[in-house]
Design a protein around this ligand. Structure first.
Ligand code: CTP
Length: 417
């Protein structure tokens, strides 16, 4: 059974979609709002969506002792929105309503999805409460930045229900999926395909969706890192919560953005699908067909090679333009052929690029591109090779980060990456 706890904030309406997310996956859901949450969304809405009765106090249905029973029976408790007041009460161990009582009796994973004004989120009292809740094993999700109630914008916005649902599903599968092992670390990740312009209306790109890079950025931020996501062409993905997104178009833009942001990074991950070539000339006006209905310029396009951004970052580290302990991760999408297997090509690419870790995906037959699942291998420059079983791009991101975090920790001690 999943408990959705709802605090008294304007974002309480988003809890409705979250309840839907869980019921549609077949879970039994109990909604426990606070008294003030019911000023925003009525109990009838939560009852209809969850198919279960809703109560807020400890003096209702007393013979069933709900404040003890619900917590004991839960497989997961998700609080969305978690207001500053609700987190303060939870950190103090109060039990003055059904929700806080339930938090004291629950032994399952507990997730707080905070929503409040930036000032409240940044206040030392809230920081201390968040730290206390995390120390005790709860997951406090990094809030999103953006429009808050009223005219202001900043950090403290409730992540979208899909994102909370995705992180909750991950914790349901593995309660240890979001350790805070990247706290204080700077992580720079590239994602998506590059766009190489031909003229003001046309460009060449590839089938990369950006999903793997976005999943990595999302989890790295939730594991405590300060994350910059350098994003190219993606399939309309929403910015992950707590991540700073820099948009780029071409491979040359990507190189400048990566060079700038990687300068003080602990971990750099090149998940972007970089175009190997770009049109040698970019027309400043639209290329048109002539009176004969043909365009010589479009029939034959001269291409020139793009720089290898990943290999460039490895060189920059060797030159001292990047910190020597920066861990660099590359990606490879390969198909096997008569010349060698996917693994042969992956190993050769790892040597050629000089990065510390290579995520190798077998492609072809609809695998890896534009889909939600992936499989492959993790190849380390230290000779370690691990198979990545078929799983969601989020699960894959978790495994990649586990391997990368190990190397970041080792690099900090001066050991081999
Ligand atoms: N990459 C890069 N710059 C390029 C091409 C690729 O930084 N111009 C990076 C990708 O982000 C990825 C890794 O290099 O992390 C491997 O990309 P891939 O396209 O598989 O490699 P290529 O070097 O293009 O090799 P291939 O000849 O197999 O296309």
């Amino acid at each position: 059974m999943i408990i959705v706890g709802v605090g008294g904030g304007i974002a309480a309406y988003k809890a409705c979609s979250l309840v839907r997310h869980f019921t549609e996956a077949g879970h039994d859901v109990r909604v426990i709002p606070t008294e003030s949450a019911l000023k925003f969304v009525g109990a009838a809405t939560f009852e209809a969506l969850s198919g279960n009765p809703v109560q807020t106090g400890v003096f209702e249905s007393v013979p069933e002792v709900p404040h003890v029973r619900l917590g004991q029976e839960a497989d997961l408790v998700v609080i969305a929105p978690a207001t500053a007041d609700l987190m303060a009460r939870a950190a103090q161990g109060r039990a003055d309503d059904l929700l806080t009582g339930t938090l004291l009796t629950a032994r399952c994973p507990v997730v707080f999805a905070p929503a409040m004004h930036t000032e409240m989120w940044e206040h030392p009292a809230t920081r201390a409460n968040v730290a206390t809740l995390r120390e005790r094993g709860a997951t406090v999700i990094e809030p999103a930045s953006g429009r808050l109630t009223g005219k202001d914008t900043g950090a403290g916005r409730l992540p979208e229900p899909e994102e909370i649902g995705l992180l909750a599903d991950l914790l349901l599968e593995n309660p240890a999926a979001l350790p805070r092992d990247l706290e204080g670390r700077r992580v720079v990740i590239s994602a998506g395909g590059t766009k190489e312009a031909l003229d003001p209306v046309r460009y060449l790109t590839n089938r990369s969706s950006g999903k793997q890079g976005y999943a990595l950025a999302r989890l790295a931020a939730q594991r405590g890192a300060d994350v910059t996501l350098v994003a190219g062409n993606t399939v309309g993905l929403a910015a992950p919560s707590g991540v700073h997104v820099v948009r780029i178009a071409s491979a040359l833009d990507l190189r400048s953005a990566m060079t700038e942001h990687a300068a003080d990074a602990d971990l750099v991950i090149m998940a972007a699908a970089v175009a190997d070539y770009r049109p040698a000339e970019v027309a400043t006006t639209k290329l048109k067909k002539g009176s004969d209905g043909r365009s010589e310029q479009l029939e034959s396009i001269t291409m020139i090679e793009n720089p290898d951004v990943l290999a460039g970052l490895v060189d920059a580290r060797a030159r001292g333009d990047l910190r020597p302990e920066t861990v660099i991760v590359g990606f490879a999408a390969e198909t096997g052929d008569d010349g060698g297997s996917v693994l042969d090509y992956g190993r050769a690419k790892l040597r050629r690029k000089g990065c510390d870790l290579l995520v190798l995906n077998a492609v072809g037959d609809g695998r890896a591109f534009e889909v939600d699942e992936n499989s492959g291998w993790l190849l380390g420059a230290d000779g370690n090779e691990t198979a990545l079983p078929l799983g969601s791009k989020t699960a894959m991101a978790g495994r990649i980060l586990d391997a990368a975090v190990e190397r970041v920790a080792a690099a900090g001690t001066g050991a081999a990456r």
